[in-house]
Design a protein around this ligand. Structure first.
Ligand SMILES: *[C@@H]1O[C@H](CO)[C@@H](O)[C@H](O)[C@H]1NC(C)=O
Ligand SMILES: *[C@@H]1O[C@H](CO)[C@@H](O)[C@H](O)[C@H]1NC(C)=O
Ligand SMILES: *[C@@H]1O[C@H](CO)[C@@H](O)[C@H](O)[C@H]1NC(C)=O
Length: 240
């Protein structure tokens, strides 16, 4: 009896100790409503991240639309549109300066003899160094074919024999009813008694805005005073 009671006591004791020392068993139940809400929020957040990643990828992989290119062309002031094959690049290229070879230019040498009754000097446009590009030469004048700013120059070698000498570059334009307008002038009056020293030079050069149809020519007060070789007397223009 005592033995069995003791063993019963021992058993009871162990049971009591166990039941007090261990915390009550907590089972993780999957149907807890709080946990379901957390899972739902996590799923929504992940979905949002994926959608955002997709939008960013779409934005960066979007090809340049034709509307962008037309905008660029409008800024550049060009009327024609780009070829449709250039969609693979949306880079804005800087505007190219006009090619120097395509700009109008001319260089003329004095005709010989340089005689002229009204003082408008005649030129030769057919020798080795002279040329005409984008400008016409007729009636002793250079005729402008393209609107723009032109540097016009003329050099004249003349005698200084107690005669007044005037060198002019003139313009004729419909804006002034085709009357001759003076652009540049130089005048000299020098008496040199030693004829071998009686040479003077006049150089004129300046930039002018000229329109298509305008013409420029060189006039002197007395064409008999013009002196020297073809490379001493010239007239030219070029677009700047
Ligand atoms: C030619 O030039 C002269 C002198 O500048 C001018 O009087 C004449 O009207 C011009 N002729 C023509 C056809 O342009
Ligand atoms: C004229 O000038 C030339 C060159 O300077 C000189 O050799 C000549 O002696 C001068 N003649 C006179 C008359 O002064
Ligand atoms: C023009 O120049 C020549 C040569 O120098 C001269 O003989 C003539 O008198 C000049 N004419 C006038 C109107 O000045």
């Amino acid at each position: 009896m005592a033995d069995s009671g003791e063993s019963v006591n021992k058993d009871m004791k162990v049971f009591v100790v166990d039941s007090q020392a261990l915390p009550p068993p907590v089972s993780v139940r999957r149907d807890d409503p709080r946990l379901s809400v957390i899972y739902l929020l996590l799923a929504v957040a992940l979905l949002g991240v994926f959608i955002e990643a997709g939008l960013i990828w779409h934005l960066y992989s979007r090809p340049a639309g034709p509307s962008d290119i037309q905008k660029v062309e409008y800024i550049k002031g060009e009327k024609h549109t780009l070829p449709s094959s250039s969609h693979d690049s949306n880079e804005v290229l800087p505007e190219k300066p006009p090619k120097a070879e395509s700009k109008p230019a001319a260089f003329l040498q004095i005709a010989s003899p340089p005689f002229s009754r009204n003082g408008v000097l005649p030129w030769r446009s057919d020798s080795f160094t002279v040329f005409l590009r984008g400008l016409q030469y007729k009636n002793n004048s250079l005729h402008i074919q393209q609107d723009g700013y032109y540097y016009i120059f003329s050099k004249i070698s003349h005698m200084e024999n107690c005669n007044f000498f005037k060198h002019q570059v003139m313009q004729r334009t419909e804006r002034y009813n085709s009357m001759a307008i003076e652009l540049m002038q130089s005048s000299r009056f020098i008496c040199v008694t030693n004829l071998s020293q009686s040479r003077g030079n006049s150089y004129l050069g300046g930039i002018f805005h000229l329109l298509k149809g305008d013409s420029v020519f060189v006039k002197v007060s007395n064409s008999s005073q013009v002196h020297g070789d073809v490379y001493e007397n010239f007239f030219g223009a070029f677009m700047v």
